[in-house]
Ligand binder design. Structure first.
Ligand SMILES: [Zn+2]
Ligand SMILES: [Zn+2]
Length: 258
């Protein structure tokens, strides 16, 4: 008997598996103070939620998202076999990936920013993500299920549809987006991390957003920081070596309270 796994199914499930494998590596790196953006003590003192609750929250959210994603793929998919990627050039694939990145970034910037501005949405939905003042890798998708649906699932669906990528290409795109999101929450500044070389929006950038002074800045996610720069919500920072190992992210601007 031949078991056939569809690309749509893989595009949904691969990112979930990639999430736990990639963040598993960071659990190992995070055990040393050397590369941390916050000390382990700070992580325990400041975070408002236990690791166990975070793991359960992420699993619940992934389960809901997987079901909705499969339904969305089924509704939007065509009847023809969509595995004909052979005729696409590398240039076409690159264009689709870039389009999908821009669409996802744009959707997430405005939704994310609105979730901070609308007090009701912040209190009941987005504040869950901000219980991790010191982010760590597998807390990246610790979100209210509704937030996962609005930002990730709908954002992902829009990126998929508007870029015109195939379900097969989407396996790689959604896995890449997942890895990028985990990396942005890893709470570490590791030498040679390619995400830090290629993206100004990285773990230090997003760390600013998770701090109490930073929640009105650095909304951009997960790829670029263009919307923050255009709309004046960009908070530059410096990275300074801490005495006891690791780095500290310091905002460059004075933060006004209003
Ligand atoms: Zn936020
Ligand atoms: Zn975050």
């Amino acid at each position: 008997m031949e078991v056939k796994i569809s690309d749509e199914f893989l595009g949904t499930v691969a990112p979930l598996v990639v999430y736990w494998i990639y963040s598993g590596f960071y659990v190992l790196f995070g055990s040393s103070e050397k590369y941390r953006l916050h000390s382990k003590k700070e992580e325990d003192d400041k975070n408002l939620v236990s690791k166990k609750t975070v793991v359960k929250g992420v699993l619940l959210q992934q389960a809901i998202q997987a079901v909705v994603a499969i339904i969305l793929f089924t509704v939007t998919g065509s009847d023809e076999s969509p595995t004909t990627n052979g005729s696409l050039s590398v240039f076409d694939l690159g264009r689709q990936f870039f389009t999908a990145m821009v669409v996802l970034d744009t959707w997430q910037y405005f939704m994310h920013r609105y979730m901070h501005q609308n007090k009701f949405l912040y209190r009941h939905i987005h504040s869950q993500h901000h219980r991790l003042i010191v982010p760590y890798a597998y807390g990246a998708l610790y979100n209210h299920p509704l937030e996962g649906l609005l930002l990730d699932t709908i954002g992902g669906a829009l990126a998929f549809l508007l870029s015109g990528m195939s379900p097969r290409a989407s396996i790689f795109f959604f896995s890449f987006a997942t890895i990028k999101t985990v990396d942005d929450h890893c709470g570490l500044w590791l030498p040679g991390n390619l995400f830090h070389v290629f993206f100004q929006n990285n773990s230090a950038y997003h760390d600013v957003h998770h701090q109490l002074y930073g929640t009105k800045y650095n909304y951009s996610q997960p790829f670029f920081n263009v919307w923050d720069k255009i709309l004046g919500t960009h908070m530059p920072y410096t990275l300074e070596k801490r005495e006891n190992g690791g780095f500290e992210v310091r905002p460059v601007k004075v933060v006004k309270d209003d």
